[in-house]
Every structure is written in C-alpha cells, then in structure tokens.
Design a protein around this ligand. Structure first.
Ligand code: ADP
Ligand code: MG
Ligand code: ZN
Length: 607
C-alpha cells in the first residue's frame, strides 16, 4: 500500500512536468502572432505576405520574413471580399496565393486537443503499468502454492553424491542400499510380492549427514531427487501448506522413479500449543495432507519418501505407522574411525602436508558431528590461506578445533586488570578442581582470551568416545562447574555475573540427575515429568507434571543437595591447594593461555 502511494506521487509529478513542457512549447511555437483583418490588408499592400491559407474561420498567414500570423475572421463572408472592403490592393491581393484548407472538424478537434491529450495518455500508460505490476505482485503472493521443491536430476554430475562421499554410517548405508535396489530393479521385488517401503525416516543429531545420505541414495539409484524442507511447508496463509504438499507429491510422481526428501520433518510438528492463532491448525493440515498423499500412492508408485529429523520424539505417531514412514534409519555421531574418514573426505582438494595425522585430530574431537569436522577442515584451510602457506599442517588444524568448538577468539574485547584477575582465578579453579578429581575429562587448554560469549574458557575433552556416563562422573562434573563460582567467594569475597552460565549448566545437570536418571538416593528409580513438551496430532501436552506438589518440593531439595555437595567439594580442593591455584592464575594473567603440557608440568612441580 505504501508502495502504491509512492508510485502515485511519482506519476503525478511526471504528469505535471510533462504538461509544463507541453504548454511551454505550445506558447512559444504554435501560437503565432494575432493580427486583425485590416492589419492583414495593410501587409498585403506592403507586399509582406508570402502565403495565406484559410481553414474554416481561421486564416493562417505566412509572412515573407518567415514568421506566422493568424486571424480569426468573425464573419462568414469570403476572405477576399473582406480584404477588399478593407482597402487591400486588388493587384497585390491577386499575387498572394490563397489556399483553402478544409480540415474535418474531427481532425481540427484532435489537433487542438492534442496538447492536453498527450499528458493524459502518458498518465494512463503509467497507471496501467503500475496496476499491471501490482497485479503481478498479487499473483506472486498467491503463487505460493506452487511448491518450493528443488530438484536434482541424475544428469547433474557436478552435484552428484554417492555413498562414497559419506564416511562411516555403515548400518545406515546398508539399510538404504535396499531402497537403492528397489529404485533400480523394482521388478525383482514385485516378482516375489515384496511390499515396497514408502517412507524411510532418517533420525540423527544435526550435522550427522542426513541430508547428505538422502542425496547419496538418489545418486546411487540414479533417480531424480526432490528436496523440500519441512519449515518451507509451513506457511502463514491457511491452506497453502497443504496445497504445497499436493504439488510436491505430484511433481515427484511425474518423474518416478524418484526420491522425495522432506528435510526437518519435525518442523511441521513443532511448537504445538505455543503457536499464535491458527498456526498449528495449518501445520496439522499440512501434516494430514502428507499422510493423505502417502496413503494415496498406488502400490507400484516408484517414489520413495525420505525424511529427516533430529527430534523423533515429537513426531506424530500417525506418521510412523506401517505404509508411511515405517522404516527408521538412525545416524549416530561419528566414532573416532569415522571421524578420520570424514576428515579425509573433506581434505580432498586441499593441499595437505604429509606429516598431518588425522588420527590425532580425530582423537581431539569426540562429539564432533560430520558437519563440525567439515567446518574444521574449512577453518584450517582459511587459516592456511591467511598465513600465506602452500600446504595445511597440524599448526592450522589444531587451532581450528577450538575455533569450531568455541567460536572465534575475541581479542579486541578489552578487560580491566581486575576483570582479568577474576577470569584467571575462575578458569584456574575449573582446571584445578577438574584435575584433582579422578573421573573427569583431561584439560586441554586454559585461556582467559574471550571466545564466543565466554570471558575465558577451560577446554576439556574426553579421551575416548563415551556412550554411557556414570553418576560419579556427573557428581565430579558438578564440582568442576561450580569451581568458578566458589573461587570468586574464596579469593575475592565477592560474586560476579561471570559464573551465571556455569550455574545454569550445573542446575540443569542436577535436575537431570534427579528427574531423568534416577541418581538421587531419596527419589529413587523413576523419572519425573513428561520428557518432551508435545506430541503432534491428537494430544496436546506441554510438559506434563506427573507428580504431586509435595514431590516437586522434594525434587527441588534433592537438586539443591547435589549442588551443595558439589560446591563443598570444590571449596575443599580450592582451599587445600591455594598455592597451586595462585600459581596457575598468575601464569594465566601473564600468558593468557596455558596448554595441556604446561598445565600438567605446573601440577607435577607442585606435587
Ligand atoms: P544433517 O542433514 O544431518 O544435519 P548434513 O547432511 O547437512 O547433516 O551434513 C552437513 C555436512 O556435514 C555435509 O554436507 C557434509 O559435508 C558433512 N558430513 C556430515 N556427515 C558426514 C559423513 N558421514 N561423511 C562425510 N561428510 C559428512
Ligand atoms: Mg540437514
Ligand atoms: Zn566458568
């Protein structure tokens, strides 16, 4: 609307400008001098006239000096008589050619109206253009129903992905090999009456290669790959999501055999109950439409739907019924061997020194996803270029681990001496409590260089991939988390905001111990509260409390107890090892960063 108004103003301005120009020209050139008939007779006598043309009542006179003049003769009487009456010399009058022009009234009207018509026409043209544009905009808005599906054809060699591009994920690949077989040789399966899978859902944390694997399946089977993300389905306009689904499925069916990949399937089922007005109705319709389309497939439709999610718990159970997404493929974070493979895949095309040992990098990156590792290789390449080196070495790779883990260093963030001292003690305390407890991860680095949102950091990494965690580990971790908070009280007898993130993490961890893991003696072996906030179709639940208020009070008490105990542990260690704490903090103030080797040396010296 604002745009329309703006356009209107512009058009009016243009209109005014055009008419100004027109009137200017018509004043100057088209308006000849007006003369009376007697004047004309006079000039004839003076032999100044070149030519006269009569057009109805208008007499146009061309003078010998090149100028023009007009006369509107009032009478119907003939021009020659009138001139003679006004004493024009007959001989001289005869020597002047008189031309009678007969213009039709229409033409006459047109000519006299043209100066006014042209600006009007121009304005009309502008209005027409403007409305056409507005209409186009409108059809674009309604064109939302056309799906946003992107397609990769097997001919797209450059973008082709195969299983070779996916490291690790052995079980997932095996499972999906079946889908590939079906797309390639459907007859084989039909011959033995096997029911063809319709939907396969890929489940795994972000960055584990779900999208990559889905593309690899289409690459292996050599079929078109339709890709749409769940969040794109969800539209503001009611009904659009559903028609988009219809469209997407229609497109895929047209080019069967094909793969239709719905990324972030959970986006359609999310935020139920938390949405503002009508939002979840729309999602429900979209989801229903997906179900309808999947059920509507003829048994021999060769379209297989792959979907990806990292929140299988919030998916509607209706989606997972037989005939829909009845196959689940779970993708885990890569283990150390897979990490080496992923690093190798992503080192392709990057010049790398022979000495580089990917195993070492993999050892230092437990918990990294494939996406993190790919990111790590990219950061290292950027660093190599920044240093103007020809080849990447460990010197570039190792700092990149931290960059991916913690965000870039913020060296420009200036801290006062006092703040630096607090940060130094804070991080030294984390590290000291950590090494003093037997079941914790190894400290890799301590730093008071600001990174991401943290003022400083203590980098700890497990030595191996962990799948199960013990209560002892958690309890020790709590003490490590609270060390920063505790040390501020011990050393500065004051509290700062610097520990707030630690406290948040500690509280959440303690709550999990009590409510999820049954690790509190008093509360016993049960869980408290619904794990997740919602289920999609049918029920609407937001964190259901399945315990009484009395129990809630007990839970709080137990959580507090875990925290208090942890704080006591930290306090004991920090007061008992005060000289070591001071030494570490001072070294940090001096150097800002202490690496693993130096840290271990300082600890050993003291003991
Ligand atoms: P997801 O869809 O599970 O969030 P993606 O498939 O988008 O993850 O993965 C992001 C990127 O991480 C991929 O493009 C790829 O470069 C890299 N990656 C992830 N897993 C692997 C893997 N197993 N092998 C090779 N590269 C991987
Ligand atoms: Mg993805
Ligand atoms: Zn801290």
């Amino acid at each position: 609307m604002k745009n329309l108004f703006k356009n209107l103003v512009i058009i009016i301005l243009i209109f005014l400008a055009v008419s100004a120009i027109f009137s200017f020209f018509s004043e100057k050139n088209q308006k000849p001098e007006k003369i009376t008939l007697s004047e004309l007779a006079n000039r004839i006598n003076q032999e100044k006239i070149d030519k006269i043309s009569v057009n109805g009542q208008e007499v146009s006179v061309k003078l010998k000096d090149g100028t023009n003049a007009v006369n509107q003769k009032e009478t119907e009487a003939g021009l020659i008589e009138s001139l003679k009456n006004l004493d024009a010399d007959t001989g001289k009058l005869q020597s002047v050619p008189i031309e009678i022009v007969s213009t039709s009234t229409l033409k006459y009207l047109l000519i006299s109206l043209l100066p006014y018509l042209i600006p009007l026409l121009i304005m009309g043209l502008f209005l027409w253009l403007m409305f056409r544009q507005a209409r186009q905009g409108a059809t674009q808005a309604f064109g939302f129903t056309r799906s946003l599906v992107r397609m990769l054809t097997p001919q797209d060699k450059k973008q082709k992905t195969t299983f070779k591009d996916v490291a690790g994920l052995k079980e997932a690949k095996e499972e999906l090999q079946e889908v590939v077989e079906f797309l390639k040789f459907p007859a084989k399966f039909k011959a033995v009456g096997a029911r063809i899978p319709k939907g396969v859902i890929l489940i795994g944390p972000p960055g584990t290669g779900k999208t990559l694997l889905a593309r690899a399946v289409s690459g292996e089977a050599n079929v078109p790959f339709f890709h749409i993300s769940g969040s794109e389905f969800v539209e503001l306009f009611v009904g659009v999501g559903a028609s988009r689904v219809r469209d997407t499925f229609a497109q895929a069916k047209k080019s069967a055999p094909a793969i239709l990949f719905i990324d972030e399937l959970d986006a359609i089922g999310r935020h139920r109950g938390a949405g503002l007005g009508g939002g979840h109705d729309e999602r429900e319709q979209t989801l229903n439409q997906i179900l309808v389309e999947m059920d509507g497939f003829e048994p021999d439709t060769q379209v297989i739907i792959l979907a990806a999610t990292n929140r299988p718990d919030i998916l509607d159970p209706a989606l997972l019924r037989p005939g829909r997404f009845d196959r689940r493929v779970v993708l885990d974070l890569p283990d150390i061997g897979d990490r080496v493979e992923i690093l190798k895949i992503h080192s392709e095309g990057k010049p790398i020194e022979k000495k580089v040992d990917f195993r070492q990098i993999a050892e230092r990156t437990p918990g990294f996803s494939g996406a993190d590792l790919s990111n790590l290789m990219n950061e290292a390449a950027i660093l190599t270029a920044k240093k103007n080196l020809a080849k990447m070495s460990m010197e570039e790779l190792i700092p990149s681990i931290e960059k991916v883990l913690l965000g870039p260093e913020r060296k420009s963030l200036v801290f006062s001496e006092k703040e630096k001292k607090i940060a130094a003690y804070h991080e030294a305390a984390h590290a000291l409590v950590n090494t003093s407890l037997p079941n914790t991860d190894v400290v890799r680095k301590i730093s008071i260089i600001s990174r991401g949102r943290a003022a400083g950091y203590t980098l700890k990494l497990p030595t191996e991939d962990k799948h199960l965690r013990t209560k002892t580990e958690f309890v020790e971790e709590l003490a490590v988390l609270l060390a920063g908070y505790t040390v501020e009280k011990i050393v500065f007898n004051e509290l700062t905001t610097g520990a707030s993130n630690d406290l948040e993490q500690a509280t959440k961890l303690a709550q999990r111990l009590v409510m999820r893991y049954g690790m509190s003696e008093k509360m016993g072996a049960r869980t408290f509260g619904e794990q997740e906030e919602m289920i999609f179709l049918g029920k609407e639940i937001v964190t259901e409390k399945d315990y009484s208020d009395k129990v809630a009070a007990q839970i709080d008490e137990e959580v507090s107890k875990f925290i208090e105990t942890a704080q006591k542990t930290a306090h004991e260690i920090l007061t008992a090892k005060r000289p070591l704490l001071d030494k570490l903090a001072n070294r940090l103030l001096e150097k800002e960063t202490i690496e693993k080797e130096e840290f271990e040396k300082i600890i050993k010296e003291e003991e």
